[in-house]
Design a protein around this ligand. Structure first.
Ligand code: UD1
Ligand code: UDP
Length: 359
């Protein structure tokens, strides 16, 4: 009975926090199942500490693996857990393997599923996340959309509009709710950051899984570091490859372990620009007014380009695009043109709808 939130990977925690908190205020009966897809302290526990998320009721400890083996282990673990808990509703977040596995298991057990961050599409099935998004949305009884174009994407795929709710972006609730805790100066002193710098974060398979590609990217990042220091918290996925390519050998490159949420957003906030392939970082920079160069051929988050500070760049354009941005950094924006409903109240909107489904 009650609402079961399924989380497993870094971005899930940031999205779930405001929903769990808004439901708590409504006195909802809820529990949090951690799949264990991410398990290092810096990829998982630090987010629970930073965000005041309740300790998960259970951690399934699924860990890493190929897509098939990880998804299979997630499904077996979740099926046992749901059979024991008999949830009234399962809430899944974003587009990771934990998301689609939980949606599949719930749907087959006849448990209603709600998908937070539904309808985003890159139209690029070479991204594992795009497959996860499509399947999850098909199986979801409730689709919570962060931006208006998602509604059209869902309609095109036959998802009936009465299942879809435009609620804004819970990741931005978390950002706005913690604004006075992102202290770039304190971080600068604590970890020895340069006065101005570019922050970088890369983890998409298309960028970091191939050694030649990583070697080329390393060359580009070194070219940036010739102009301005580059600070990069390294996701475990690309760590070995970037180490082999000698990324840290340039004196202008500062490599860090993955940062906790408060430290990472402080790093972002203090940066002259961000180079990334993260989904969430495109959204956070949009609200923080920090220029964002996204090293991808497409984005499932086009509002960050139309309403934000994001631009897509190829590896070949990267250095030139960055030089341009550094030459004319836009003033911090007024906030008038942020995407609709990215106002810090998405968790409440989601909780209001969920409360109507489960007592
Ligand atoms: C996953 C998501 C991706 C999301 C990213 C957020 C899928 C298919 N991908 O990618 O959409 O953007 O999380 O960060 O779900 N590892 C560790 N410690 C950890 C976790 C992972 O060392 O705590 C290493 C392991 O070597 C593992 C690799 O990272 O094999 C990849 O982890 P995995 O969860 O499979 O995918 P991510 O690349 O993290
Ligand atoms: N993030 C973090 N520490 C880092 C890198 C990212 O706390 O070292 C945060 C970031 O601010 C955002 C979320 O993690 O809230 C995004 O997760 P990630 O980039 O891993 O996944 P994606 O959004 O690409 O799925």
């Amino acid at each position: 009975t009650g609402i079961v939130h399924v989380v497993g990977a870094r971005p899930n925690f940031v999205k779930a926090a405001p929903v769990v908190s808004a439901l708590r205020e409504r006195g909802a009966h809820q529990s949090v199942v951690h799949t264990g897809q991410h398990y290092d302290d810096r990829m998982s526990a630090v987010f629970f500490r930073d965000l005041g998320l309740p300790t998960p009721d259970v951690d399934l400890g699924v860990g890493s693996g190929s897509h098939a083996s990880q998804t299979a282990a997630l499904m077996v673990g979740l099926e046992e857990e749901f059979t024991r808990r008999e949830p009234g509703l399962v809430v899944v977040y974003g587009d990771v393997n934990s998301t689609v596995a939980a949606a599949l298991v719930s749907a087959k057990l006849g448990v209603p599923v709600a998908h937070v961050e539904a309808g985003l599409r890159s139209f690029d099935n070479s991204m594992p996340e795009e497959i996860n998004r499509r399947v999850t949305d098909q199986l979801s009884d409730l689709c919570f959309a962060t931006s208006p174009e998602a509604i059209g994407h869902l309609a095109d795929e036959g998802v009936s509009t009465d299942r879809v709710h435009l609620v804004g972006n819970p990741m931005i609730d978390t950002l706005l709710g913690n604004l006075d805790r992102f202290d770039a100066d304190a971080l600068r002193t604590r970890i020895g950051l340069p006065e101005s710098y570019v922050a970088a974060t890369l983890h998409r398979p298309a960028n970091v899984d191939d050694a030649d590609n990583v070697a080329r990217l390393t060359g580009r990042l070194h070219a940036i570091a010739d102009q301005i220091p580059v600070v990069m918290p390294v996701h475990p996925r690309g760590k070995a490859a970037f180490d082999r390519a000698g990324l840290g050998h340039h004196p202008g490159v500062q490599l860090l372990d993955p940062l906790g949420y408060l430290d990472f957003v402080a790093l972002t906030r203090g940066a002259s620009a961000v180079v990334t392939d993260s989904g969430g970082v495109q959204e956070e920079t949009t609200i923080l007014g920090v220029p964002c160069l996204t090293l991808r051929p497409n984005t499932e988050r086009p509002v960050t380009i139309t309403h934000g500070t994001n631009q897509l760049v190829t590896e070949d354009d990267l250095v030139q695009a960055l030089t341009k941005v550094l030459d004319g950094r836009p003033e911090s924006r007024s906030g008038d043109d942020v995407p609709p409903l990215w106002d810090g109240r998405s968790g409440e909107r989601i909780a209001a709808v969920l409360s109507g489904w489960v007592r």
